[in-house]
Design a protein around this ligand. Structure first.
Ligand SMILES: [Zn+2]
Ligand SMILES: [Zn+2]
Length: 75
């Protein structure tokens, strides 16, 4: 069984911290719930190397907007 092309080599879902993406220059750690799929359309994120566009590949929702969907969690 071959995995779908979008999954690539990793079996685990790609997790995105939209807050860190937005504030990549600051390296403090967030205690945020990581996103494994787009909160707007539910599309799985592609590999981080393809995040240069800064938005969902399907619905074009920006990562900066997704930051609002991340919930603070106690770690
Ligand atoms: Zn973060
Ligand atoms: Zn989307």
């Amino acid at each position: 069984m071959l995995p779908p092309a979008e999954v690539g080599m990793k079996l685990e879902p790609i997790r995105l911290c939209a807050a860190c993406y937005t504030e990549s220059r600051r390296r403090y750690r967030h205690k945020l719930h990581l996103l494994s799929e787009c909160p707007n359309c539910g599309a799985r994120f592609k590999i981080p190397a393809l995040w240069i566009d800064g938005h969902c590949q399907r619905c074009i929702m920006r990562f900066t907007e997704m930051e609002n969907y991340q919930k603070f969690v106690e770690v």
